[in-house]
Design a protein around this ligand. Sequence first.
Ligand code: GLY
Length: 307
Amino acid sequence: MIIVANSEAGAGIEQAVDILKSGRHGLDALETALNRVEEDPKVRSVGYGGWPNLIGEMEFDAGVMDGTTRRTGAVGALRGVVHAVSVARRVMSDLNHEMLVGEGACRFASESGFTPQPTLYPDSKKVWWDKLARMLSPEEQAKFPDMPLAPLNSAITDPEKVRDTSVFLTIDSHKGIHAATSTSGWAWKYPGRLGDSPIVGAGFYADSRYGAAACTHTGEMTMRAGTCRTIVLAMKLGYSLDDAVKIAVDELRDLETGYLDGVVLHALDAHGNHKVVNFRCRETIRYWYWDETLTKPEKREAETLKD
Ligand code: GLY
């Protein structure tokens, strides 16, 4: 059994280990762990502690993949429910669809028994408006948001490095390999923007035969490169974990236009090897790791790639 999770996963990692040890399905462990992360206001990129979109509304993205069935469930731009990963899992278990977004996702959450709740953390609201107020004239502030938002989008997101996510990968006691993600997405994103976290193949992928991958940071790049599917497909084609990650990084490196920034790639193979690499993020990147040889999860430093 193994768990690889990104640095934001601290609130849930120990519970994930306990559930894995009890022999339950790996997605039970990942969902429960992500729920703890989603509830934790100290995590400033996921769930209740996350950042709102450009008009001050929380929109959550999340995804799950069962690597044995290769079923996925995802929600995008979900409002009013902090436990986005649980709604994503219900998409997988209850519908003949793989993804719901916007109003449909909210409707499905309500039908599935999720109670609407306040999702905008007061400190996030303050930071959101303070930043906007510095950018808008008094006249613009008075009519906001009844104005074109597109000009604000790049001006606001460029200096903000608030693009994290929480991602978990596991090999469970049944040798099932699974992935799950949850995020509030980029701070000050254009309303309706989806990142890579709900996009299977971009922000996450799992196949119990070969391995799994999940990414954090710049979803606008991993969506274009199909990063997580690239890693798992390369392993299917016989490449080692190291080479599979290198192929995916090379694809990111080849992008020359559009919004380009850092990406963190988390991956594991079916033999129990794992690899976490920092591609172009300027800060030191850490991640959580646990396997059966460890008494408790460890925080480790990701390998930083030379550009
Ligand atoms: N990787 C998170 C996002 O792009 O929203």
